[in-house]
Unconditional design. Structure first.
Length: 103
């Protein structure tokens, strides 16, 4: 018997979970993601929206796994300029296609 949990190394926001226009450095949000997921706590990680637009860096302060879902409380550490967002997205998508992470 095993236990399935997805290991995540960046925080991709679920569609409609956060109004992107309300993101601000120092602000804290809580989102609910499907599946039980393992996130590193208290380290800087990339923050992306549901369309792989990289928004900046965040830190996850709390992760609660329950009922095949994961509740995450995170704080925004920095926000990227539109040029930085484009750079991160283009490079990530290229790499993720090579590894098969996304199709």
């Amino acid at each position: 018997m095993g236990y399935f949990a997805e290991l995540n190394t960046l925080l991709k926001l679920p569609k409609g979970s956060v109004d992107i226009s309300h993101l601000a450095v120092g602000k804290t949000f809580t989102v609910l993601k499907d599946k039980e997921r393992i996130f590193p706590l208290r380290i800087a990680m990339l923050l992306a929206d549901d369309d792989w637009n990289f928004l900046g860096y965040c830190v996850v302060h709390e992760a609660i796994l329950k009922n095949k879902q994961t509740s995450l409380t995170f704080e925004v550490l920095s926000l990227f300029t539109p040029e930085q967002q484009s750079f991160y997205k283009q490079n990530f998508l290229e790499a993720a296609h090579k590894t098969g992470e996304i199709s």
